[in-house]
Design a binder for this molecule. Structure first.
Ligand code: BDP
Length: 700
């Protein structure tokens, strides 16, 4: 098994009762209507039936004779559904589904019903999952609908097929061969996304190339949009703010210039002539060298609205990123998004969503939630998570990210209501916003197994599941993925789940414990480099850890940058006290003496050491636990992960040794006795260089 099939690798059913039941149901499948989406369902049933019961399914042409399973929309099934049931299904909205038994003229059928064909598709995938994970019961009903409207992947893919922060080969979009050549991967990709309910993709890097908006590229994008449509997936593209100049021949990109708004209007009309259901644009502006409205003394709302107005007549959406920080470093980077966006609250058009990273710095192994969540009341906010593991071990490490996302989503914001959480803001329950979005920066590439590391697939999977329902626990999602990927082996399930659930905390421990952050290698972000200094200050490690002979940490309280005041008063007050703040955020907000006493009674210096060491020990345990599963697993999968875990252990040791030796030069204290002696000295770790590390961008 090489991983290409992802979690859709249906296995032969071993449970005899289940097999009989599935056999019976697949012997008569009837569709109440016609739709290209139903063709996709047919194909999925063919694949799954062959693999699970080694038989082709039988598709019936007549509704009653010999049928067992009924599929269709609520409207198509209105003759056979009770009125109450129709009302119940209508409430599930455009992507929801209902599945369960229907009694009709003395016989019981199993029905899968949505309000649109894509709802039926989601219901079918959920049904097949219940079979694969052996939880299917034909007598019970289930209904579900997504809590977030746009469940979106952001590809950071360049037109030349390199991928910014991609660790799984090249971009799967072969722009050169499009529109003529359709790579079968496009279909497999759409199928995998649809199986999770992902319904939007932005195809191109946020560090955008204006050429994507030329007619030639629109024709290429159209092919993908046409392919994805029956899977319920809409295409978005990244718009470069300076496109009016680069491809429009204008002298300015000033959003208030009438020629500029005319450019965007015409461009957008043209786009919709190719892709009538085009999703909209995703924009990174005035951040890390990307052009934006500031060049013309305009603010982000003025910049966003000109594009939003061009999209609005077509029902398009403008996603504007909040990941901004200026080139003149006069403020703690943590504060800059709030400083820019809070004053603009209420000034964005209704079809604008501000896409906010989960934390205020940049996808660190652990960040407190972004203070924009809760700070604005009249602006649509969407979540941006990073699935690709830029700062979390890239593709050599097994780090299951769902616990991190769960931690962020469940964070209490205290605003707009005392019980509000980040999840409640982005799904609209607390914020009241109708347009809701969760985006994940994709980890997909041309590698045979899509994500480089087999367990990278779990992160793609978990992102899709949590975007559908931000209240799912990382444990339940892990369990689904494990069963779908490795089959039904109770012991393996328990161990793999444990490995996954401890992996993120392990990474935090051996990389950036106790609130440390941004101490990784310059530019490629691979491995430890707490010594990075020089050049732009907020791209160095020193800027963030501020270690000196007295202590360590970034003071973001009232005595420092006061970024803490951007949170609700309840948080600001509690977290300003180093004895009250959760220790996981300690050095994020406080600069503390090396002898500061932790809750464990240890000093800060000892605590840092013990956390690093615990991270290494957990990585070793993960490796040992995996090795114990050899007999239960496919040998190719087993070996792939075994080798990578060995690398992960080495990298964990490297992180621990490099960071502790470096911080020791300031702390001037011995290592706690429990900790192993590092193999090399600090000079050795500093001398390591990674000229071929992936993800180095030519731009910087
Ligand atoms: C950082 C990445 C950089 C991205 C940037 C972004 O290092 O490559 O361009 O985020 O989100 O995490 O725009």
């Amino acid at each position: 098994k090489d991983g290409y099939e992802l979690w859709l690798d249906y296995r032969p059913l071993e449970n005899a009762n289940l097999k009989t039941e599935v056999d019976r149901l697949f012997s008569g499948v009837f569709f109440f209507g016609q739709s290209p989406t139903y063709e996709i369902i047919r194909k999925e049933l063919e694949i799954s039936s062959q693999q699970m019961i080694e038989k082709a399914p039988v598709f019936s042409m007549e509704r009653l004779a010999k049928t067992q399973v009924w599929m269709g929309t609520r409207e198509e099934l209105s003759q056979v559904l009770g009125l109450d049931q129709q009302v119940q299904i209508r409430e599930l909205g455009e992507d929801g589904y209902w599945r369960g038994p229907i009694d009709f003229q003395g016989k019981t059928y199993y029905a899968i019903v949505g309000n649109r064909p894509v709802g039926v598709l989601y219901g079918v995938f959920d049904w097949l999952k219940s079979i694969q994970t052996e939880t299917f019961n034909p007598k019970t009903e289930k209904s579900d609908s997504p809590k977030v409207k746009l469940r979106m992947l952001n590809h950071w893919d360049n037109l030349d097929r390199t991928v910014e922060r991609g660790y799984a080969g090249f971009s799967i979009w072969d722009w050169h061969k499009l529109p003529g050549y359709i790579d079968p991967r496009y279909i497999d990709y759409a199928r995998a996304n649809a199986s999770l309910g992902i319904n939007a993709v932005s195809l191109t890097n946020v560090n955008a190339n204006a050429r994507i908006l030329t007619t030639d590229f629109m024709k290429k994008a159209k092919v993908l949009a046409d392919l994805f449509r029956p899977y319920g997936i809409k295409v978005f593209l990244t718009a470069r703010f300076s496109a009016p100049m680069e491809i429009g021949g204008l002298k300015t990109a000033d959003p208030l210039d009438p020629a500029v708004s005319e450019f965007w209007k015409k461009k957008t009309d043209e786009m919709y002539s190719f892709i009538p259901d085009f999703g909209g644009y995703l924009v990174k502006a005035n951040s890390e060298g990307q052009p934006g409205p500031h060049e013309y003394q305009r603010n982000h709302a003025e910049g966003a609205n000109v594009l939003a107005d061009a999209l609005a007549p077509h029902g398009g959406i403008l996603i504007w990123r909040a990941f901004v920080y200026s080139h003149e470093i006069d403020e703690d980077r943590h504060k800059q998004a709030n400083l820019e966006f809070e004053p603009l609250d209420g000034k964005f058009r209704d079809n604008v969503i501000i896409q906010v990273k989960n934390g205020a710095i940049d996808f660190m192994p652990r960040e407190p939630f972004h203070p924009l969540f809760g700070a604005v009341k009249n602006t649509n906010l969407g979540m941006e998570f990073q699935i690709t593991q830029e700062y979390l071990g890239q593709a050599t490490q097994l780090v299951y990210l769902a616990p991190m996302w769960e931690e962020v989503l469940r964070s209490q914001t205290y605003r707009p209501t005392p019980n509000s959480t980040v999840a409640g803001i982005i799904d609209g329950t607390d914020s009241g916003q109708k347009l809701t979005l969760m985006a994940g920066v994709s980890n997909i590439g041309t590698d045979r197994n899509w994500t480089g590391h087999l367990f990278g697939q779990a992160n793609w999977f978990a992102f899709g599941r949590q975007a559908w329902d931000p209240y799912l626990t990382s444990a339940e999602v892990a369990e689904e993925w494990i069963k779908m990927t490795f089959g039904q082996k109770p012991e393996a399930l328990v161990k793999i789940k444990e490995i996954m659930l401890e992996s993120r905390e392990a990474a935090v421990n051996y990389m950036t414990p106790l609130g440390l952050h941004h101490i990784m290698g310059r530019s490629h972000h691979y491995g430890p480099a707490p010594w990075v200094e020089g050049g732009r200050a907020d791209w160095t490690s020193l800027y963030y850890h501020l270690a000196d002979s007295l202590g360590i940490g970034f003071d973001r309280t009232g005595s420092g940058s006061n970024a803490i005041a951007q949170y609700a008063p309840e948080i600001a007050k509690a977290w300003s006290d180093p004895n009250q703040i959760p220790e996981k955020y300690l050095l994020w907000f406080h600069h503390l003496p090396w002898d500061f006493k932790l809750k464990s009674g240890k000093t800060l210096w000892e605590g840092i050491g013990l956390h690093y060491d615990l991270g290494v020990k957990t990585a070793r345990k993960m490796e040992a636990d995996w090795k114990s599963l050899e007999a239960d697993l496919d040998s190719e999968q087993f070996d792939h992960v075994r080798q990578l875990l060995a690398i992960q252990v080495q990298e964990a040791e490297w992180w621990r040794n490099a960071c502790l030796l470096y911080f020791q030069t300031f702390a001037n204290r011995p290592f706690p006795a429990e900790i192993e002696k590092p193999e090399g000295d600090l000079e050795y770790y500093k001398s390591l260089d990674f000229p071929t590390a992936p993800g180095i961008r030519p731009r910087w």
